[in-house]
Ligand binder design. Structure first.
Ligand code: SF4
Length: 240
C-alpha cells in the first residue's frame, strides 16, 4: 500500500469512457480481451449508440458490425443489447450502483459489477480478474485462495476500506506491466523484498546450488575412487 500510494497515487482504468453507460459497455466487451483492443473499438460504437436507448433499439447483428474484432463478438453483442434493454426498462437508463442490480443485466457478472461499483461509485468492491488473482497470490496478500471469489473476500477483509477501489487498479497494472504471467520481472520489481513468490524462488535457487555442489563433490570422489582402482588393477596385472 505504501509503495503504490507513493508511486501510483492516480491509478485508474485504462479503458476509455466518458460516462457510466460507456464504462459498462467497455467492461462487458473487455472480458478476455485487452483494454487496448476495446479502446480501438468503442469510439465508433459510442458514436453510433451514444446511450442506452439507442443501443436497446439495435439488433445484436447490427452491433456485431462494430464489435467483430473483440473476443466472443456474437455473445458480447447480444449481451450489450440485452443489457441496454434492461437498463432502459428497469433502471430508467441509469446505471445502478448496487452490485446485485448490476448483476441482473446480461453480460454482467460479479467482476464487471465490482468494476462499475468501484470505478463509478467508489464502492469498496474488489473486482478480481486474472491479474489481481495472480499478483495477490504471488505477493502473499491472499493465502490458499483458489477462486476469484476467495481472493476477493480475503482482499476486501484485509485491505483498508478506503484503498480497495484503487488497490484494484494497482494490482491490475502491476500484473500487466511487471508481474507478468509467464516471466515476472522480479529483479526490477520494487516489491520483491516482501513477495512470497520471490522469496520462495530464491530459496529454490539456493537449494539447487547446494544440491549441485553436493553432486559435484560426489562425482569427484567417485572419479578418484575409480582412478585408484584402475592403478591397483594395473599393478596387480603387472605383478601377476
Ligand atoms: S517479485 Fe516477482 S512475483 Fe513478486 S510481485 Fe514482483 S514481479 Fe511479481
Amino acid at each position: 500500500m505504501e509503495y503504490f500510494s507513493a508511486h501510483q497515487p492516480e491509478a485508474e482504468t485504462e479503458l476509455h469512457y466518458e460516462n457510466p453507460y460507456q464504462l459498462l459497455v467497455a467492461v462487458i466487451l473487455s472480458a478476455q480481451c485487452t483494454d487496448k483492443r476495446i479502446n480501438q473499438v468503442t469510439p465508433r460504437l459510442f458514436e453510433r449508440y451514444p446511450d442506452a436507448k439507442s443501443l436497446s433499439e439495435a439488433t445484436p447483428e447490427e452491433v456485431l458490425e462494430y464489435t467483430r474484432s473483440v473476443s466472443y463478438p456474437s455473445n458480447k453483442s447480444k449481451h450489450l443489447v440485452g443489457m441496454a434493454q434492461k437498463l432502459v426498462r428497469e433502471f430508467n437508463s441509469i446505471v445502478p450502483s448496487s452490485i446485485e442490480d448490476l448483476q441482473k443485466m446480461p453480460g454482467v457478472g460479479r467482476k464487471t459489477a465490482n468494476v462499475i461499483a468501484s470505478v463509478i461509485f467508489n464502492a469498496p468492491a474488489m473486482a478480481v480478474d486474472t491479474h489481481v488473482f495472480r499478483v495477490s497470490n504471488r505477493i502473499g496478500l491472499t493465502r490458499n485462495a483458489r477462486t476469484p471469489l476467495a481472493v476477493e473476500k480475503q482482499l476486501v477483509k484485509n485491505l483498508p476500506k478506503d484503498k480497495i477501489h484503487i488497490a484494484h487498479h494497482w494490482l491490475i497494472l502491476h500484473g500487466r506491466y511487471v508481474c507478468l504471467a509467464r516471466n515476472p520481472k522480479c529483479q526490477s520489481c520494487p516489491l520483491h523484498d516482501i513477495c512470497k513468490y520471490y522469496q520462495h524462488s530464491q530459496t529454490e535457487t539456493e537449494l539447487l546450488k547446494v544440491e549441485k555442489s553436493k553432486a559435484k563433490k560426489v562425482i569427484e570422489l567417485k572419479r578418484k575412487q575409480l582412478a585408484a582402482k584402475t592403478v591397483r588393477f594395473q599393478k596387480n596385472f603387472k605383478a601377476g
